[in-house]
Design a protein around this ligand. Sequence first.
Ligand code: SF4
Length: 319
Amino acid sequence: MSPSPLLQVSDLVKHYRVGRQALRAVDGVILEVARGETLGLVGESGCGKSTLGRLICCLEPPTSGSVTFDGVDVLTLPERALRRMRPRMQLIFQDPFASLNPHKTVRQIVGLPLQLWERARGEELHRRVSELLETVGIDPRQADRFPHQFSGGQRQRIGIARALACKPDLIIADEPVASLDVSIQAQILQVMRDLQQRFGLTTIFISHDVSVVSHVSDRIAVMYLGRVVEMGPAQSVIEHPLHPYSRALVGAVPRVGEAAEAERLRLKGEPPSPLAVPPGCRFHPRCYLDQAPECRQVEPELRALAPDHLVACHLAETG
Ligand code: SF4
């Protein structure tokens, strides 16, 4: 880990009031992302990973905790300073159709951030839009078409071009391939990998699919019910997952000849509601290990079991 990570998230909490209850969407997340690194954030739907992405981008305020970006606590910034910082953090959305204005041409969509933040006009604007489209593999001669005239994969490329327009320091890609066919997913993942290498982008790649995350990530953080339960180098987390939940996620990826092991690790039931988080280890109602008494009483903290490989499980050494 770099001595000065680009992003530090400390004890970040987001609770929503639902009647008299608190929906604990994000519940004490700690993580860091180094410059030029891709952190994969993986977990089942509803585990809080998309909410975490929105909190980091300051799209909604947290209940408590801090987000430090390039040395600045962004949650305490005045509105004007926050506006100046926004172009440095960009989101790529899951649905490439809903996230593009159907009434604007691709030139207008990709050009808007350049006009707003860099005051690009005329020939310079035209040239930079063309460069961005070429970067993501779209023919600039198609720039005056509308989003509906492109395929799903092309629309996601256009969304990536828009995110790159202001040369952001951090990109948060929220399920960017989830709505695409598998063959198109591979193309978009390749585009993202190429861009990471070419521009040294720092990226948080959010997905429910551990195999997708493993293709693009340097490190992986596994989220369960609002908390990170394991975090480490991508290869370690995929090949030697330490948390029972991570093992189940990795084991759920279909592999020829491993049906029995996949069955042993199959998770039972749905995740508990974030309105009723279980006491102790929040994974204990679904944990298939022989549990210790503290599993139901004490919330396990993230701790290092190997260099840079953290896990939140009381029995990680023996399980
Ligand atoms: Fe399972 Fe206990 Fe580890 Fe939680 S702390 S994952 S219940 S063994």
